[in-house]
Design a binder for this molecule. Structure first.
Ligand code: NAD
Ligand code: ZN
Length: 353
């Protein structure tokens, strides 16, 4: 679990007080990985506390993080600094938070990031790392994984060293998120809840967090009367609880199939989950009905026909990626999932998207 967290509108202002005691030396800088959507945004960047050789690196979130990108960033940091950084601070959405976690791990572990995709392969504790989400939903701020696309697969570095040492939850940072993106990333949280609560891995720990996150999502996405500030506050806590819920369970069908879309077509996580989930009535009837009501209420249109021009080879690639995520299927369907989840079934589902 994340050992330290602060919550509150304006809590971003405490960043200096939080990190200053963690500085190792004047040659060991804090490196701020910041979503480049904030480049030139004085409201946010003027409050990033820079001293000595601290640096801001602006990173585009147009593409989800890659293992090669992590390796390049780590090499750059090692070559340009005399000492290991005092800390890595990620400020952005799931893309930037995952990058920050992965860079912190790879600064103290040899080899390439792709060597550590999987479960509990990381040997050494990471550099001190702080997560500051600016959009809510993925739960990346609280989770034990950092999801990376590697040469062979899209898979997380899941380890006890992955979670942030400190998280700053300031809902005000999410105020300028565009409406569609707010919905897609928020639905990632809603789908985490549905997949966790309807999964065979569910236990009392996951259920307690999952139910809370679900209730918060219902307020945020179904209650018109909620103020913008309440909505931002509640969605940030929904994301946190949704992430905690899957920490001790798993995601399910939507995530498995969405990873296939992402691997082949580069479809981003939030929107990809929505595109898939829209066709999963068979697996999650109540959740999908609620999801469609939410889409209607917020006038969200999903892209159609994204698989229309794909050939059999493409479908095979997506199906391979989806089926390789065995724990997700086992959670969703049960131990004997291979009896019902066939390649033909997945192809037919992909063809609808
Ligand atoms: P994102 O980080 O990709 O950001 C989406 C868009 O929103 C980007 O264009 C970004 O620039 C913009 N944005 C972010 N904050 C903004 C703000 N305050 N104002 C205006 N624009 C803003 O989106 P995401 O959905 O948060 O993250 C998706 C990533 O998270 C994927 O890479 C996925 O694999 C990963 N993920 C990780 C976990 C985990 O547990 N580690 C869980 C789920 C998803
Ligand atoms: Zn997700």
């Amino acid at each position: 679990m994340v050992p330290r967290v602060v919550f509150g509108r304006g809590s971003f202002n405490q960043l200096n007080d939080i990190i200053a005691p963690k500085r190792l030396s004047s040659h060991a800088p804090f490196i701020f990985l910041v979503d480049d959507v904030f480049k030139g945004n004085v409201w946010l960047t003027s409050r990033i506390p820079l001293s000595y050789q601290d640096k801001i690196l602006y990173i585009s979130a147009n593409e989800e993080p890659k293992t090669s990108q992590v390796d390049e960033l780590v090499e750059q940091l090692i070559l340009t600094n005399k000492e290991l950084p005092s800390g890595i601070i990620g400020i952005g959405g799931g893309t930037i938070l995952d990058l920050a976690k992965a860079v912190a791990i790879m600064l103290t572990n040899t080899g390439n990031a792709s060597d550590y995709q999987g479960w509990d392969l990381v040997k050494n504790p990471a550099v001190y790392h702080v997560g500051i989400p600016t959009i809510s939903g993925t739960g990346a701020e609280v989770s034990r994984t950092t999801v990376l696309t590697g040469p062979e697969r899209k898979l997380g570095i899941n380890s006890d060293y992955t979670p942030f040492d400190q998280v700053v939850l300031d809902p005000e940072l999410t105020k300028d998120v565009p409406k569609d993106q707010w919905f897609f990333t928020g639905m990632d949280c809603f789908i985490h809840c549905i997949e966790s609560l309807n999964g065979t891995f569910l236990n009392a720990f996951s259920q307690s967090y999952g139910e809370k996150a679900y209730d918060l999502c219902m307020e945020v996405f179904m209650d018109d009367a909620l103020s913008a500030e309440d909505s931002q506050d509640k969605l940030m806590m929904a994301s946190w609880h949704g992430g905690m819920s899957i920490a001790y369970s798993q995601v399910g069908v939507a995530h498995a199939m969405s990873y296939g879309l992402s691997y082949l077509l580069g479809t981003k996580h939030g929107i990809g989950n929505c595109i898939v989930f829209n066709h999963l009535e068979e697996f999650y009837p109540k959740g999908v009905t609620t999801f469609k009501n939410m889409m209607r209420l917020h006038k969200i249109e999903l892209p159609q026909g994204i698989c229309a021009s794909l050939d059999d080879h493409h479908f095979d690639t997506m199906i391979d990626v989806a089926l390789s995520l065995e724990p997700l299927w086992e959670n969703a369907i049960g131990k004997h999932w291979k009896k019902t989840i066939t390649r033909d079934k997945l192809k037919a589902l992909y063809q609808k998207m």
